[in-house]
Design a protein. Structure first.
Length: 703
């Protein structure tokens, strides 16, 4: 390689020992001349290698320049090159082995290593493209696709799988895969003969929800008045509006159609993006949209509408793209979109194909029901499905995860789905009659269907109610409050081990139950930015006297922490580069005068092992949403006081700007005392500024 061109960088792979995976054990001193440029798994590190730098490193290994360098060497299990076969995706190999390579040969997707250096990246990009052309592949069929600073692909047409094998030997290439195709799924619907009473009193909201799907039917007189704009990327001959129409009806009329008692009467506006073509031959001609085409569509519509449309429903998934070890390309792209355009996207966890899952899950399920791309998007709110109706022969019972709903965690052990809502059920014969959720078809008839696609808009509706009700619209605060509501509302659902299916739970139906609290509880919202190298503390928190009984503290405490960490796709399972943690507990002064502190509200998943991989997998570490809970039934010993603390750490000496976060704490007295006034007055007495969360409802009441 270096004999051909000494300036072109190559990539090596360091494999570290399991006990050295923690962030503080990165072999930075060993990599002083061959810098770390990323990783995939927690135990792998990619390094940039040049001829001169590898010679320097070899010399340092022979004669270690420092004790720290020696210590780095003890953490290393192996140093290896990246084999060509490692670059080819399993999906690409599988489709070739199945004899279907011809279907995808014109949409090969190549990603190069990112060296975090514009000059090196330019060198490797030009080198790779020239090498591809030298293999005899037509450069006219090669296209460079780029989004933002860090997302770049080469799209290529090849003749055979042997071309893929040849390409994999080119230095600088990280992965070779293919761009997926999307079309509407073939779904089962059942017409229901019930009366519609949807012309009730309602309030028209100013909030617009974007639906990127198959198009909302203009023939549906109940939905058509709310379509404020429409963009078509699918030829009319390939349009099938059934899916998007059902989704829109779930947002607008889902509670009413499904017999769910709700007090909110808001009707939202819709921006209708027709992006997904029909895939059902029984309906008409079928077509697909490729992954790169969908990315281009999403970027274009965000450029046009993101300043006014902040909430988006994207109910789709790549069936054969199970998210297990690596972030999906579409998930990474959606994170980029949400950061760049400051929008909140909702995605479905994906539907499991037959055979379906029962509850509890059958032992043979294995990894079949893991979430699919792009449900692993860290910034998106991913929605799983629960059964609303059941029967003597239904596969699951009401409020249990639907037989088709996929589970988490995400590729980097993030909690996915984030929330769940009602998306239907099946019977043991795989039929949906009287078990699906009810929506509207293109003509306005009531039909029932099943799918996480239909749970997702219910999550969108609840989030939109919160967002719309806040006097100052805030995406992160709305996300935190929706998820906090899910934890408070779903305490009985999520036994140990079920978080992979339920996520943080099912949010309350009514916005007032999310935004307001009763006298026997108080919800405190802290929204702030924290600079790197600092921590925040609120000392002498006024724990309510009503919860101090017989010399002990009592009460039920639930906390939710949400933030948007810096993301970097180069680092695989270390994609989230910032970790924040919250703690609420007691402190006291010891006899020697030192202050001791004990956190009293633990994370809802805990760990015992000391190794980083286990802490990430089982302990919420690096997760951008965290939940903490404790019901103090037996009482805690009295201390000098309570305090709240927020800590922040970054990966591998990274430098970041101040990190915004939202912390929500609910304290509840199950004996019904008025602790709300106690805590508010106590905070004011200690000099803290306390304001009620301003909502439009409060403004209307004052008016």
């Amino acid at each position: 390689m270096f004999s051909e061109n000494k300036y072109i960088p190559a990539v090596g792979k360091i494999i570290v020992k399991p006990e050295a995976i923690a962030k503080s054990y990165k072999p930075n001193d060993l990599c002083r001349d061959c810098p770390i440029i990323g990783n995939d798994d927690l135990g792998e590190i990619f390094i940039k290698v040049t001829r001169n730098n590898i010679l320097k490193t070899i010399q340092n290994v022979k004669e270690p320049p420092s004790e720290r360098f020696k210590a780095n060497l003890t953490t290393i299990k192996d140093i290896a090159y990246i084999a060509p076969s490692e670059k080819i995706s399993e999906d690409l190999t599988d489709i070739s082995n199945s004899g279907k390579f011809g279907k995808i040969r014109s949409r090969i997707k190549i990603k190069c290593f990112d060296f975090d250096d514009d000059y090196d990246n330019s060198l490797i990009s030009n080198y790779v493209t020239s090498k591809i052309e030298a293999l005899g592949l037509d450069g006219r069929d090669m296209k460079v696709i780029k989004y933002g600073e860090n997302i770049q692909y080469i799209k290529l047409s090849v003749t055979s799988y042997q071309d893929i094998v040849n390409i994999s030997s080119i230095n600088g290439i990280k992965t070779i895969d293919f761009f997926q195709e999307y079309s509407l799924l073939i779904e089962e619907y059942s017409k229901i003969d019930i009366e519609k009473y949807l012309d009730e009193d309602h309030v028209n909201s100013d909030t617009t929800i974007g639906i990127i799907d198959s198009g909302i039917s203009g023939e549906n007189s109940l939905l058509a008045p709310y379509i404020m704009g429409r963009e078509e990327y699918v030829s009319p001959i390939y349009q099938n509006p059934r899916h998007a129409t059902f989704i829109a009806s779930m947002i607008q009329f889902g509670n009413k159609l499904n017999g769910i008692e709700g007090t909110d009467k808001k009707r939202f506006k819709f921006l209708d993006i027709v992006a997904i073509p029909n895939g059902d031959q029984k309906f008409g001609p079928v077509d697909t949209v490729t992954e790169d085409e969908l990315m281009e569509i999403i970027e274009e519509i965000m450029t046009k509408y993101s300043f006014s449309v902040k909430i988006w429903n994207l109910s789709l998934g790549i069936v054969n793209k199970v998210c297990d070890t690596k972030m999906s390309d579409l998930g990474i792209f959606l994170d980029y979109i949400q950061d760049k355009y400051q929008v909140q996207i909702f995605v479905s966890s994906g539907n499991l194909e037959h055979p379906f899952r029962t509850w509890p899950p059958q032992a043979t399920m294995g990894e079949r029901d893991r979430i699919i791309s792009p449900a692993d998007s860290v910034r998106a709110i991913t929605v799983g499905s629960l059964a609303l109706f059941d029967s003597a022969i239904s596969m699951v019972k009401k409020d249990e995860p639907s037989p088709f709903s996929r589970r988490g965690p995400g590729a980097n052990y993030n909690i996915k789905p984030d929330i769940v809502d009602y998306g239907g059920n099946l019977d043991i014969h795989n039929h949906i009659k009287n078990l699906g959720v009810r929506g509207l078809d293109p003509q306005g008839n009531v039909i029932e269907g099943v799918g996480t696609s239909y749970a997702t808009p219910r999550g969108v509706q609840k989030y939109a109610l919160v967002y719309d009700e806040l006097l100052e619209n805030d995406l992160l605060l709305s996300k935190a409050m929706t998820i906090h509501s899910a934890r408070m509302n779903s305490r009985g659902y999520n036994d140990k081990g079920n978080i992979a299916y339920y996520g943080f739970g099912l949010p309350a139906v009514n916005s007032r139950d999310i935004l307001l609290c009763s006298e026997n509880e108080i919800t405190l919202v802290f929204k702030q930015r924290m600079p790197q190298g600092n921590y925040l503390e609120l000392f002498d928190f006024p724990y309510p006297k009503s919860l101090i009984r017989n010399g002990k503290y009592f009460g039920e405490i639930c906390m939710t922490l949400a933030y948007n960490p810096l993301l970097d796709q180069r680092f695989g399972k270390e994609y989230c580069r910032v970790n924040m943690d919250a703690s609420f507990g007691t402190y006291k002064f010891e006899k020697d005068g030192k202050l001791s502190y004990k956190g009293c509200v633990p994370p809802e998943t805990t760990w015992d092992e000391k190794y980083e991989e286990v802490r990430v997998k089982n302990g919420f570490k690096w997760s951008p949403v965290k939940s903490y809970y404790r019901n103090i039934k037996k009482g805690l010993d009295i201390a000098n006081g309570w305090k709240i603390r927020i800590d922040m750490t970054v990966r591998n000496k990274l430098s970041i700007s101040p990190q915004e976060f939202v912390l929500i704490i609910t304290i509840k007295d199950n004996e019904g005392n008025d602790i709300y006034s106690e805590i508010v007055n106590g905070l004011k007495e200690k000099g803290y500024i306390v304001n009620n969360l301003e909502t439009r409802q409060q403004i209307r009441q004052r008016t």
